[in-house]
Design a protein around this ligand. Structure first.
Ligand SMILES: C[S@@+](CC[C@H](N)C(=O)[O-])C[C@H]1O[C@@H](n2cnc3c(N)ncnc32)[C@H](O)[C@@H]1O
Length: 517
């Protein structure tokens, strides 16, 4: 990894929900750690690229103080420009080398290093762990992601091919062109081959083609990409006075998620670290996002579930067409990325309906229980309304599988679309930058197609919905916005009737993601 390559091909830096200090705090508290309140925390990101993860944090957590360190001057300049546009005074992104950092930075409650650890030289890796120990506040939490063995060996097969194929290309751009050339070459060459390796390669290429080019370059074509056994990572952290807390995907900690056979087979594991390692073997896991805290903290592996009553919940799952609330029956609720989650109890289904209706609010537990009881009772499920243990159990499972989000504090957002709709300042700035996505209040992204991107740029509070529709139609007629359908250009005349519906639908999406003011 060189700073130059990141100057040349900046990372497509976006918010990662799993790095949000709210998520880290909730996990820490479930493990018995008195994790600091994120709204007023000190937060550090190492290798923050263009600030796509921490600038939204700073925008939405005005009481937090955030520092980003990044080697590539080009990316730092982009981050600083956006921070300047937004006038944020609670965040600083500095150009600097992780190797040069020390105690002068002060203490941090949350330290995030996403996409850095496996991609830097050994000495920088060591330094990252040393810094986490040195800079973490007493109950602070560090997040480190890295590629894992043995699973990454399979992905490494494509990396080996790409490095060879691009061996004579001199610039990062030329190397990236070579990557797409190799994808075509290998797709063609293995066509019709039935071998397991050929099938795997084709599926890997198909998946990688969907990724952002900057990801392909920095993941597959950089000089350094060092995967580790989880046990190695945990031992290295231990040498630096840090202990493994958990994974950001809490569900992966439970062997039951691998099925009964795996659960029984892994019963021999002596401790959590050994169990985690064998689960990686069973899952063929190639990537991890581990949380660490200081070794001198006492944590519990019997999760402190009573903490749930202090948390606030949010979720946006699409319910089945007809939700059955009059009796327990498993039904599928679907996430934005098309994951299906089985939910059985009427009270849980009612809770999910409530959370979807008020999204992106984070609803306190007691309020959520009350709302769910009312919805269930009003829809034939009165006899289930008191079975809050079931709700509790299913909510925990949904959280462990990332289907719902938990925050340490409630949050409420206005849902009204005002006469002249306006995106909040961060979304307006991101729309102007034409990134192709906007950061949501839940620290995810809304992807924008050409239509949505153009509309987003018009949402500055100067236009009524009617005027927005007129401008969108005009932009389509001028072919400034080209909407493709079935590979053919859409007929604007025919489309005109649907433009208004589309504008209104998108305003609904934006308001549900907390993007309008
Ligand atoms: C793969 S990118 C990940 C960026 C961002 N954290 C994300 O996930 O979107 C790794 C980043 O770490 C930065 N980096 C690498 N070595 C560094 C060092 N020694 N000091 C500071 N930043 C470094 C790179 O310039 C790059 O922007």
């Amino acid at each position: 990894m060189t700073a130059d390559s990141y100057d040349d091909i900046p990372y497509d830096s976006t918010p990662f929900a799993e790095t949000h200090p709210d998520h880290l705090c909730v996990l820490g508290r479930l493990f018995g750690l008195d994790a600091p309140e994120p709204a007023t925390a000190r937060i550090l990101e190492l290798g923050c690229a263009t600030g796509g993860n921490i600038i939204p944090l700073a925008f939405h957590l005005p009481g937090a103080r955030i520092t980003g360190i990044e080697l590539s001057a080009g990316q730092v300049a982009m981050a600083q420009k956006l921070i300047g546009t937004l006038g944020l005074s609670n965040i600083e992104v500095r150009q600097g080398d992780i190797m040069e950092l020390g105690a002068e930075l002060g203490k941090f409650d949350y330290i995030i290093a996403h996409g850095v650890y496996s991609w830097v030289p050994d000495v920088v890796r060591e330094k990252m762990l040393a810094l986490c120990r040195e800079l973490l506040s007493d109950n602070g939490i560090a997040y480190i992601s890295y590629n894992t063995l043995p699973g990454w060996r399979m992905r490494g097969m494509l990396r080996d091919m790409l490095l060879y194929h691009a061996r004579d290309a001199r610039t990062p751009r030329a190397r990236l062109d070579k990557a797409y050339e190799l994808f075509d070459l290998m797709d063609g060459a293995t066509k019709g081959l039935d071998a397991l390796s050929a099938k795997y390669l084709r599926s890997e290429i198909a998946a990688v083609r969907k990724a952002h080019p900057s990801y392909i370059y920095h993941e597959y074509m950089e000089e350094i990409n060092q995967p580790f056994l989880f046990s190695q990572f945990a031992a290295d952290a231990g040498k630096h006075g840090l202990q493994y807390l958990c994974d950001v995907e809490l569900g992966t900690a439970f062997p039951s998620t691998l099925g009964q056979a795996a659960e029984q087979a892994l019963e021999f594991a002596g401790d959590v670290l050994e169990l985690e390692q064998y689960m990686d073997f069973v899952r063929n896991r190639n990537f991890r996002r581990s949380l660490l805290c200081r070794s001198d903290r006492t944590i519990t592996r019997d999760l402190a579930l009573e903490q749930f009553e202090n948390f606030a919940f949010s979720a946006l799952l699409t319910p089945p067409k007809k939700v059955e609330l009059s009796r327990p029956r498993e039904q599928k609720f679907t996430s934005a990325d098309n994951h299906d989650y089985d939910v059985g109890h009427p009270l849980t289904k009612a809770a999910l309906l409530h959370l979807a209706a008020v999204h992106p609010d984070a609803v306190p537990f007691a309020e959520l229980v009350g709302a769910a009881q009312q919805i269930a009772a009003a829809n034939g499920g009165r006899q289930y309304a008191e079975q809050t243990d079931h709700l509790f159990g299913e909510l925990f499972s949904l959280f462990a599988h990332q289907a719902i989000r938990i925050s340490p504090r409630p949050q409420h957002f206005d849902k009204e679309i005002c006469e002249r709709p306006r995106l909040h300042a961060l979304a307006q700035a991101q729309a102007a930058l034409n990134l192709g996505h906007l950061a949501t209040v839940r620290h995810t992204t809304v992807q924008l197609d050409a239509f949505a991107a153009h509309l987003a740029r018009l949402l500055d509070g100067a236009r009524t919905v009617e005027e927005l529709v007129q401008e969108m139609v005009a932009a389509m007629e001028r072919e400034e916005v080209v909407v493709e359908g079935d590979g053919k250009k859409a007929d604007v005349k025919k489309m005109a009737a649907t433009v208004e519906a589309n504008v209104r639908r998108l305003l609904g999406v934006f308001v549900r993601q907390g993007l309008l003011t």
